[in-house]
Design a protein around this ligand. Structure first.
Ligand SMILES: [Zn+2]
Length: 329
């Protein structure tokens, strides 16, 4: 429990596809005082309960200045989740409104990638930059943009659903209902799927794998799509396991392929990578860089591709700053 009993703190929560990350931020220096990760289920009751109990555990109610929540999906200007492919139970819900039953402080909800970019704009890699693309690699892929010094919002604030950019006609089925979405090839959750495919068929090349279903059984997919198993593949990659190395190369080639298209559209000076996988950025940075330059046309103007300075906490830190800074961005 924070020692300074008369002070108040910002709370930020980043809700991912499989876990929730909560941070307690000191308003004086915007540093993290406490943080905690909790596994979540996708039922709304259980998610709301997890959010409420995690807040109460991390800070006494009377010391909460504000609460911000980052969610995966399309959140409108009124804090309502309009479409969340990864947590369907959230669709149509206004978590900010629902949490006012428990907490008497400002509460805001925002898309998780927008939260990550807010954190980087205030305390990280997007400071003093006018053109930045934030890309969060996790269960899916999220995106957020600052162009010409302004946060872009798009119709109803729905800009940046880059994970659902179509990259393969008739490709992998996506949780959003379409096929061929970028995140089905490049989200960090795909790492375990590539690993399984190369373990089963070591002769395959990345270009051979346009539909994972052709190489995996349904049970392979259902059992292996968790971030946890992708973390295991990351550890094997660090130990130079050959299947994990091929898996990592495949995923990063697809990451770079999508980034090169986005670069052609938005011309950022920096691309900031966020999401859980960012803590290992130093181990795969060279792959992204090499593939990106191979796919891009004017490498003399290539953006820098960097890890979020707030690391895997960027989403939660930005969520904590929502109620204070968002309207000024
Ligand atoms: Zn999709």
């Amino acid at each position: 429990m924070p020692a300074r009993v008369h002070e108040t703190f910002y709370i930020g929560i980043d809700v991912g596809g499989t876990k929730l990350n909560i941070v307690l931020i000191d308003p004086k220096d915007l540093k993290i005082l406490r943080s905690k990760k909790i596994l979540i289920s996708d039922s709304l009751t259980s998610l709301s309960d997890s959010i409420v109990s995690s807040i109460v555990e991390i800070c006494p109610i009377e010391q909460i200045a504000s609460i911000g929540i980052g969610l995966p999906g399309m959140v409108d200007e009124n804090n309502t989740m309009c479409f969340s492919p990864h947590i369907a139970a959230l669709n149509g819900h206004n978590l900010a409104k629902e949490l006012t039953r428990y907490f008497n402080c400002p509460i805001r909800v925002e898309n998780d990638a927008n939260c990550a970019l807010i954190a980087e704009a205030i305390t990280g890699e997007a400071q003093n930059k006018s053109n930045v693309l934030m890309v969060t690699l996790g269960t899916g892929i999220g995106g957020s943009l600052i162009i010409d010094g302004k946060f872009l919002k798009g119709h109803k604030g729905f800009i940046g659903e880059i994970g659902h950019m179509a990259v393969v006609k008739g490709g992998n089925s996506c949780i959003c209902g379409k096929t061929g979405c970028w995140e089905t090839y490049a989200a960090s959750s795909t790492l375990s799927l590539y690993f399984k495919i190369f373990k089963n068929s070591p002769h395959l090349r990345t270009d051979d794998i346009l539909r994972f279903d052709d190489f995996l059984s349904a049970s392979d997919v259902n059992n292996d799509i968790s971030i946890t198993s992708s973390e295991e593949v990351m550890n094997l990659y660090k130990k130079q396991n050959s299947h994990a190395t091929k898996a990592m190369n495949s995923m990063m080639e697809w990451v770079a392929f999508g980034l090169s298209s986005l670069n052609a559209v938005v011309a950022p000076e920096a691309i900031i990578i966020g999401g859980g996988i960012v803590s290992d950025f130093m181990f795969y940075e060279h792959l992204v860089d090499r593939y990106f330059k191979g796919f891009s046309q004017n490498n003399q103007f290539a953006p820098s591709i960097v890890a979020a300075a707030n690391g895997a906490n960027a989403g939660a830190v930005g969520a904590a700053l929502l109620t204070v800074y968002k309207d000024n961005l």
